[in-house]
Design a binder for this molecule. Structure first.
Ligand SMILES: Cc1cc2nc3c(=O)[nH]c(=O)nc-3n(C[C@H](O)[C@H](O)[C@H](O)COP(=O)(O)OP(=O)(O)OC[C@H]3O[C@@H](n4cnc5c(N)ncnc54)[C@H](O)[C@@H]3O)c2cc1C
Length: 254
């Protein structure tokens, strides 16, 4: 059974909450942020996720997991969903759901892949595609808390058009002292970009990350194969495996 882990709520039994869609933000041509109002939401930590349950009129029901994109904010819960073209749930969330519609959420889920604002250790965030979502919650929480923990983000994404939160990341990299943001493009880089499109390499992690001696907390999130490759790179570079936390976004069961 899924368990919650918010302060004071360890092992709390999770229940389904009615969640009304309050706001939609288009992030890319195929992804959008859905901000739900959940009146009895218990709060969450950056990095946690929710289960989303959809139920059809004939009673058929299906559920998927989605990371929470923002720090705790009263009754608001924001998710950013990437449409998977032949998927069952993500096309509904990104194309059909409109403000006022009600779905069900259960959570927050996950007590390991979380960043706590009181932790002063440097942080290395490595995202592949929509894996940026829980890492963005950490970046936003850092700013909200006025944390001085040094953060570095390496964001691997197919093309400039596929970047989530591009404007906000640009602003935060400029204004949030101690936050560095770097991109690796895998299919098409912007005009004048100094590197050809490629997969994230050992050199990218070595140059864009923190040296193992700094003992950073590492958070890696994205498709299963991406996460496994990056975790292997971090350990090969000398990072303590206990400080490498991973979240896999692959299809259910992978
Ligand atoms: C802890 C956790 C957090 C997650 N957070 C997010 C999030 O913040 N944003 C987000 O967009 N997604 C997130 N996901 C992925 C999400 O749960 C679904 O897997 C995804 O939305 C696809 O669901 P679907 O019903 O549309 O596709 P399905 O009907 O489940 O699958 C359809 C086809 O797409 C393939 N597929 C399924 N999932 C993926 C995927 N993630 N990438 C590529 N191909 C896939 C399947 O193998 C299948 O061929 C998360 C997953 C986990 C486990």
């Amino acid at each position: 059974m899924a368990r919650a882990a918010v302060s004071g709520g360890l092992n709390r039994r999770l229940t389904w909450h009615a969640a009304r869609l309050a706001e939609v933000v288009e992030e890319t041509p195929s992804a959008r942020t859905l901000v739900f109002d959940v009146p009895d939401w218990p709060g969450h930590l950056p990095g946690q996720h929710v289960d989303v349950r959809l139920t059809a009129e004939d009673g058929y029901s299906t559920q998927r997991s989605y990371s929470i994109a923002t720090p705790a904010d009263g009754t608001r819960v924001a998710l950013t969903v990437q449409r998977v073209d032949d998927g069952e749930v993500s096309p509904y969330l990104t194309e059909t759901l409109v403000p006022g519609d009600v779905i069900e959420l259960r959570g927050p889920v996950g007590g390991w892949f979380v960043w706590r604002a009181a932790d002063p250790a440097p942080v290395l965030l490595i995202a592949g595609g929509s894996g940026i979502v829980p890492l963005m919650a950490m970046i936003r929480a850092r700013r909200e808390a006025g944390s001085r923990a040094l953060f570095r983000l390496i964001y691997s994404v197919r093309t400039p058009e596929d970047r989530f939160y591009a404007d906000e990341l640009r602003t935060r990299a400029r204004d949030d002292m101690g936050l560095d943001v770097g991109y690796v493009y895998t299919r098409q880089a912007p005009e004048g970009w100094p590197a050809a499109p490629r997969r994230l390499s050992v050199a990218d992690v070595n140059n864009g990350g923190w040296p193992p001696d700094f003992q950073p907390s590492c958070f890696v999130c994205g498709p299963t194969a991406f996460v496994e490759t990056v975790a292997d790179i971090l350990v090969a570079l000398g990072h303590d495996p206990r400080r490498v936390k991973t979240e896999r976004f692959g299809p259910t069961g992978s």
